[in-house]
Design a protein around this ligand. Structure first.
Ligand code: NAD
Ligand code: ZN
Length: 277
């Protein structure tokens, strides 16, 4: 099995912990790999087979303009795949750590909302009763636990006509174009609040992420291949301004050459080892 092939390197864990302990500011960049242990499928997996459409053909503004029903059908299906997935030990360790200490900025490329849910869970006092709150749950907490979602979220929508933007977990009725979700402010069609191919990343999220990268003394990169830009640029920018890079990934990546400490292990094993008190 994957994790047996990559036993945790105790010396690398010790060095990683030391770097993180000394760093006043840390920027964390996560990708699809951090959610692999939660069972979230990747683009290259089953999704590639969905009704013979490739993500590159559906996740575009042109596809939505042409056939919003088809695009919503695909997102409804992706939501169904992700909804039963739970944050894993890596999401939880990151959320706990960011709550315990100052100076953490968590940046993710994932659209599955699992970092936010891990932060929400830690925040609750009555874990059994609260419904999953949206990204704007409103409870004050240390900012580090709230992820900067560079590519948006499957569980938020935004209006195609006005600035309206809402948490949205309800089932979507994709039987006809008229049944698709509509903006409560202006009545126009709502779309998934995710960044599509050819679209710019949300500028405020990007600005905050690069600011954190420029200020960080350490950068922890978890489960990203480091080939999707500008997201991967967070890690290269951090390295360029002097941050020490720590990588958690069972495989070497495009960022491995910049890395001081590499933990070749699954996120759910290596991240708790790095961040446990
Ligand atoms: P990627 O698919 O390019 O790379 C994933 C990386 O995770 C690989 O380097 C792989 O070796 C590593 N990995 C696999 N299993 C792991 C584990 N258990 N622990 C740690 N690492 C593991 O993903 P990316 O770099 O995030 O870029 C892909 C793009 O697709 C992004 O833009 C992202 O928004 C999108 N995407 C998001 C999700 C999600 O929200 N969970 C899922 C698939 C794709
Ligand atoms: Zn609107």
């Amino acid at each position: 099995m994957e994790h047996e092939r990559h036993a945790l390197d105790r010396e690398a864990v010790r060095r990683g912990r030391e770097i993180l302990r000394r760093a006043e500011r840390v920027v964390v960049l996560t990708g699809a790999g951090v959610s692999a242990d939660s069972g979230v499928p990747t683009f290259r997996g089953e999704e590639g087979l969905w009704k013979r459409h490739r993500p590159e053909e559906l996740a575009t503004p042109e596809a939505f303009a042409r056939d919003p029903r088809l695009v919503w059908e695909w997102y409804a299906w992706r939501r169904e795949l992700v909804a039963p997935c739970e944050p894993n030990a890596a999401h939880r360790a990151l959320a706990d750590w960011a709550r315990r200490r100052d100076g953490v900025t968590l940046v993710t490329q994932n659209v599955d909302g699992l970092h936010g849910r891990a932060a929400d869970v830690g925040q609750r006092t009555d874990a059994g009763t609260a419904d999953r709150p949206g990204a704007d749950g409103g409870t004050p907490r240390r900012a580090g636990a709230d992820p900067i979602e560079l590519h948006g979220s499957l569980f938020r929508v935004r209006c195609t006509a006005c600035p309206g933007r809402y948490p949205h977990r309800d089932p979507v009725d994709t039987t006809s174009e008229r049944s698709l979700p509509r903006c409560r402010a202006c009545g126009a069609l709502l779309r998934p609040d995710v960044v599509w191919f050819g679209e710019p990343l949300p500028s405020e999220a990007l600005r905050r992420a690069f600011e954190a990268a420029g200020d960080a003394e350490a950068c922890l990169v978890v489960g990203t291949s480091g080939v999707v830009f500008p997201a991967a640029g967070i890690a290269t920018a951090a390295a360029a301004s002097g941050a020490t890079l720590i990588e958690v990934n069972p495989e070497a990546t495009a960022l491995s050459g910049l890395t001081e400490v590499a933990l070749r292990a699954r996120a759910a094993i290596a991240v708790p080892a790095l961040l446990a008190p």
